[in-house]
Design a protein around this ligand. Structure first.
Ligand code: F3S
Length: 399
């Protein structure tokens, strides 16, 4: 891979050990994928997790004197203090300490502590045609498809390294020819809400792996949460880095453009039957639920408003613990709009900065849970699970 003289200098350690380690990683990835050169970027999103591998890498870079050269936002890490206030987490100190150290190293390296998995809605919004380095399941397809920016399917470490260097190797989805659709997906199903979009994403990820689908048959523009759910699931059950929805997503106005004038490699049809079967395959619990977790990915403002409407004037049963995950930015707006008060008056808790894949939920182990997110069900810290729409989660948990 061609490197400029400045890039060579970084690689030789001329800008410190931390920047050198970041550059070594980017060059290794670039060479593995036959990148011709590096490309400058202005933003990155590291899907930080607050777990050992994450701590290892950010600590190494920070101790080597690295700092983020460009805006680099962070995923949820934990909100240990909040949980300590309301439940007993006394035996969780080791994981808490890993999470705290990780957070502090991200701060030290100059990352933006957004601690959210939907940064592309508020804290870090790429423009159409902009090259970026975004990790996180919903973020990569959302940024590529809905916003029309260009990112590879990054890891925490490659996104952080790109944030430190301000560059990423130019390969994969940074090249126009690799952004063409490969599979035509005829959607002949009733996509009525965010949950059915989750099911569609889940089905597609399993069915077509890492292909790029071109969706036809969807006549209404998806809402933001429908797009987010589709993206999160197609890049969790599979590794779909982007999709085209001609007429709505910005990169290709027609099906022909979406395939770049080529013919597709495969064609599938998705009907209500496939979505119903996908839904049935998620259910591992029956009967009484003990906990509800919403907000995976983090709820946006529209979802907070919808949830407040559903919980208004109702009480969550005493034997059910009800949790709503969101970002700090969304919570602030939801507080100002009165949604948080309404949600909390019902007995539900609104939490920020954390995610279901974190130690602070370990107290739910073995409990029967319900969620509107197949991804949450996959990462669940609780036991058997029911998965359904937001209104079904509310109906199952109120008196
Ligand atoms: Fe976000 Fe964690 Fe779910 S990062 S998408 S809340 S598993």
């Amino acid at each position: 891979m061609y490197l400029t003289s400045e890039e060579e200098l970084v690689l030789k350690g001329g800008f410190g050990a931390g920047a050198q380690q970041a550059m070594e990683l980017l060059v290794a990835i670039g060479e593995a994928f036959d990148a011709k050169r590096m490309i400058p970027i202005n933003r990155a999103h590291a899907a930080s997790s607050g777990q050992e591998g994450d701590l290892y890498f950010v600590e190494m870079l920070a101790k080597g004197g690295a700092t983020c050269k460009i805006k680099t936002t962070t995923n949820p890490i934990s909100d240990f203090e909040y949980f300590q206030k309301i439940i007993n987490l006394a035996d969780e100190h080791e994981e808490a300490s890993v999470a705290w150290k990780t957070k502090n190293y991200y701060k030290r390296i100059g990352a933006v502590m957004s601690l959210s998995c939907i940064p592309y809605l508020a804290e870090n919004i790429p423009e159409f045609g902009e090259h970026v380095a975004f990790s996180e399941s919903s973020a990569t397809p959302y940024v590529n498809s809905v916003l029309g920016a260009l990112t590879n399917r990054e890891s925490i470490q490659t996104a952080l390294a790109a944030g430190v260097i301000g560059k990423t190797p130019m390969y994969g989805l940074h090249l126009k020819q690799n952004r063409r659709g490969t599979v035509l997906v005829k959607v002949d199903a009733d996509l009525k809400d965010g949950y059915t979009y989750s099911l569609l994403g889940l089905y597609l990820g399993k069915k077509i792996g890492n292909s790029i689908p071109v969706l036809v048959g969807i006549s209404n523009r998806p809402t933001i949460d429908q797009y987010i759910n589709l993206c999160a699931m197609m890049n969790t059950s599979g590794a779909i880095p982007m999709f085209h929805l001609p007429g709505f997503t910005p990169e290709a106005a027609t099906v022909d453009q979406a395939f770049g004038g080529d013919s597709y490699q495969d064609k599938i049809t998705v009907t209500d039957r496939e979505l119903d079967e996908t839904n049935e395959g998620l259910q591992t619990a029956t009967g009484h639920i003990e906990t509800v977790i919403l907000g995976c990915p983090h709820y946006n403002l529209d979802q907070m408003s919808q949830l407040a409407g559903l919980l208004s004037g109702k009480k969550v049963r005493r034997d059910v613990s009800f949790w709503v995950n969101t970002s700090a930015t969304t919570k602030l707006l939801a507080e100002r709009s009165g949604y948080v008060e309404t949600i909390e008056q019902s007995g539900a808790h609104v939490v920020v900065d954390t995610c279901i894949d974190m130690f602070c939920w370990n107290n739910l182990k073995g409990k029967t849970g319900m969620t509107d997110s197949p991804k949450c069900a996959y990462y669940r810290r609780f036991g058997p699970v029911k998965v359904g729409k937001m209104e079904e989660c509310v109906a199952a948990s109120v008196e």
